[in-house]
Write a protein that binds this ligand. Structure first.
Ligand code: HEC
Ligand code: HEC
Ligand code: HEC
Ligand code: HEC
Ligand code: HEC
Length: 168
């Protein structure tokens, strides 16, 4: 390739690569793994109207929303439904001091920086990125959460969009 062709093709490849990233379909929509115990958001956050923050305590304070320790479950389940097989299992994990190994549903690659609290403090609802979890018997990823999804919303809301916002 001569110098002139190289000067044109490098930016072209960059544009093509970025366009590919922005428009590439997500691998993750619909992902809904089985958990060690069938935890049901509809019973807890839906029917019993529990606040998301009762369990996801750090969602408005830090980058991570957090998954509750079994002690949080036992606040109720020491009494509630404590004869059912799943709650008997839950109680045994607790008394044996064995943490429950929940399987991650939403998982960004390590080179992406995401921060919950920055979004919550701007009034972005959980359902924007996670769908209506309070109606989910089993959590499922409903949005792609890929780069195009993030960048588009940042553009519409005048949020920072330089590469270092999400890659640092
Ligand atoms: C009683 C506690 C409790 C409440 C209340 C609760 N959650 Fe959860 N949440 C959990 C547990 C335990 C998990 C891990 C198991 C699972 O994925 O179902 C979880 C998982 C999740 C996940 C998937 C995490 C991942 O691995 O990607 C999302 C998203 C979520 N919750 C959102 C919400 C929202 C939104 C609300 C309020 C509408 C809410 N939760 C209310 C306990 C709770
Ligand atoms: C604020 C109280 C409260 C907390 C905290 C709570 N639950 Fe529950 N849970 C309930 C209620 C109420 C029901 C419905 C019981 C019924 O239908 O009789 C329930 C039902 C369940 C069931 C179904 C029981 C069955 O019928 O087999 C499971 C499993 C369960 N919860 C797991 C969990 C886990 C795991 C956690 C912690 C991440 C948790 N719960 C936290 C109140 C709570
Ligand atoms: C702007 C999009 C967005 C909003 C709004 C949002 N989340 Fe998330 N959430 C994500 C992404 C992206 C991940 C995956 C993060 C990772 O893998 O590092 C995630 C992961 C989670 C997880 C898994 C555990 C963790 O800390 O990573 C839970 C639980 C969760 N979110 C709950 C919530 C709750 C509850 C709300 C509302 C109070 C909420 N999210 C609002 C995008 C969002
Ligand atoms: C609902 C629209 C929306 C979506 C979707 C969204 N964001 Fe944001 N994001 C915002 C807004 C608005 C801000 C600015 C918050 C502020 O000004 O404090 C922000 C801020 C941020 C910040 C903090 C910037 C800083 O300077 O500290 C990061 C990091 C970030 N978003 C990453 C992401 C990633 C990664 C995704 C996709 C998984 C995503 N966002 C999806 C609206 C969104
Ligand atoms: C608002 C957040 C955000 C901004 C701004 C952003 N990215 Fe990303 N980027 C992401 C997310 C989220 C992913 C992971 C997508 C996925 O999981 O498929 C990603 C993935 C990537 C990847 C890896 C793609 C792959 O398939 O492995 C590259 C390369 C990349 N971004 C480059 C850039 C460049 C260059 C810029 C600046 C022009 C930029 N990003 C700006 C959120 C962002």
């Amino acid at each position: 390739m001569n110098q002139r062709a190289l000067k044109i093709s490098v930016p072209l490849i960059t544009v093509a690569a970025v366009a590919f990233l922005i428009f590439s379909p997500s691998k993750y929509v619909g992902y809904s793994p089985d958990q060690p115990i069938p935890f049901n958001h509809k019973i807890h956050a839906g029917d019993n109207k529990m606040d998301c923050r009762y369990c996801h305590t750090t969602v408005d304070k830090s980058a991570h929303a957090g998954i509750p320790p079994t002690a949080t479950c036992m606040n109720c389940h020491a009494m509630v439904a404590n004869k059912t097989p799943d709650v008997v299992w839950l109680t045994k994990q607790f008394t044996d001091n064995k943490p429950i190994e929940w399987i991650k549903v939403h998982d960004q690659p390590d080179f992406v920086y995401f921060n919950h609290s920055r979004h919550i403090s701007r009034g972005v609802d959980c359902s924007h990125c996670h769908g209506n979890v309070a109606e989910m018997v089993k959590v499922k990823q409903v949005e792609s959460l890929n780069m195009g999804y993030c960048v588009n919303c940042h553009r519409e809301n005048n949020a920072p969009n330089d590469c270092s916002t999400c890659h640092r």
